[in-house]
Design a protein around this ligand. Sequence first.
Ligand code: HEC
Ligand code: HEC
Ligand code: HEC
Ligand code: HEC
Ligand code: HEC
Length: 236
Amino acid sequence: MSPGPSSEEPNHAGDSPQPSEPLFSARATTLFRVALGAAVLLVTGTGFMASAYFHSSSWDGIGFAPAQPVPFSHKLHAGELRMDCRNCHATVETSAFAGMPSTETCLSCHSQLLTSAPTLQPVMASDAHHVPLQWIRVTRLPDHVYFDHSIHVNKGVGCTSCHGEVGEMAVIAQRDPLTMRWCLDCHRNPGPRLRPSSEIFAAISPVARPHDPREELMRLDHIHLMNLTDCSTCHH
Ligand code: HEC
Ligand code: HEC
Ligand code: HEC
Ligand code: HEC
Ligand code: HEC
């Protein structure tokens, strides 16, 4: 073994490092470069495979249900407790975006209720440190598509027509493919899928009533079918 500092030898504990010796030996630097290169390849490779998967025709997102910072249950809050969607998705009637609840919204009940439940500790921490909870998006369209909640909700399309039986979901999962074909299936003939305004926010789809052509015609009167399949309606 060659004694003394060699540029090929890493520093061992107990060795007194020479002032001129580089911080990392040449071999360590090479190993580091190889590891870094492998990491970069792994990351770009995974990204490439992921993008190939997302863009493949088999990808439609059905069933997508990412883990959330708090195991929040719509089955409990919207289904059993019958809380209105607008308590937490406050802008769904007035803007393109439904909106997400703030920590204060949760604390309107949970500052008193289940305050020490382990599942609610992220909510408490969010409040204590003034850091909003980072809910993970489930439903997401590509940037080149324009979507607006308020127009759908105001023209008689219920939440469950697009999001599924939310009142039965302990964990929200995407039910429909959200493809262009899916949008167009309704835009070509929305009449049968519309409901009375009293049923828009139902957590479970209302039971289909006997066909009422008068009501349908009245509703269709307010729908501008002409534009609904124009490319520019959804692609600005
Ligand atoms: C209107 C009151 C109310 C609001 C607002 C509310 N909750 Fe709840 N939450 C409840 C009730 C009631 C329970 C069930 C209590 C029980 O099991 O006895 C509950 C249970 C929970 C549980 C289960 C706790 C456990 O482990 O047993 C979690 C997690 C939770 N809520 C999270 C949230 C979050 C996150 C928000 C805000 C987005 C929120 N809640 C808003 C009333 C509310
Ligand atoms: C007490 C608050 C609360 C109420 C009431 C509530 N939600 Fe939510 N909602 C949340 C929270 C928190 C999330 C994010 C975590 C998750 O996805 O479960 C969410 C997420 C969602 C999502 C997924 C959004 C995405 O990322 O794509 C949909 C869809 C949804 N809610 C629909 C509804 C509908 C429909 C109702 C009424 C029937 C409703 N919610 C009632 C709190 C609430
Ligand atoms: C016509 C179909 C449709 C209806 C009706 C609908 N949604 Fe959505 N929702 C979507 C789509 C599509 C997205 C994804 C939007 C995007 O990525 O730009 C979405 C996203 C969301 C989100 C995530 C935040 C956001 O705004 O992007 C929430 C929360 C939500 N919807 C709740 C609701 C609630 C509550 C109702 C009923 C009051 C409702 N939605 C009615 C299709 C619909
Ligand atoms: C269940 C039926 C239904 C589904 C599904 C649906 N829509 Fe709609 N959409 C409607 C109705 C009804 C209107 C209101 C038409 C009117 O009278 O202006 C509308 C209106 C719109 C408008 C506004 C048109 C205007 O005149 O300004 C846009 C944009 C839109 N939808 C995009 C989408 C996109 C994107 C999707 C798919 C992610 C989608 N919609 C899915 C029923 C639906
Ligand atoms: C009702 C809404 C709606 C209308 C109308 C609409 N599209 Fe789309 N379009 C979408 C949605 C949602 C997507 C994204 C999901 C998908 O790729 O299926 C999309 C995606 C696309 C894409 C990208 C496909 C891809 O593989 O990435 C193209 C191109 C496109 N639309 C062209 C058109 C043309 C051309 C028209 C008119 C003939 C049109 N769209 C009308 C909703 C619409």
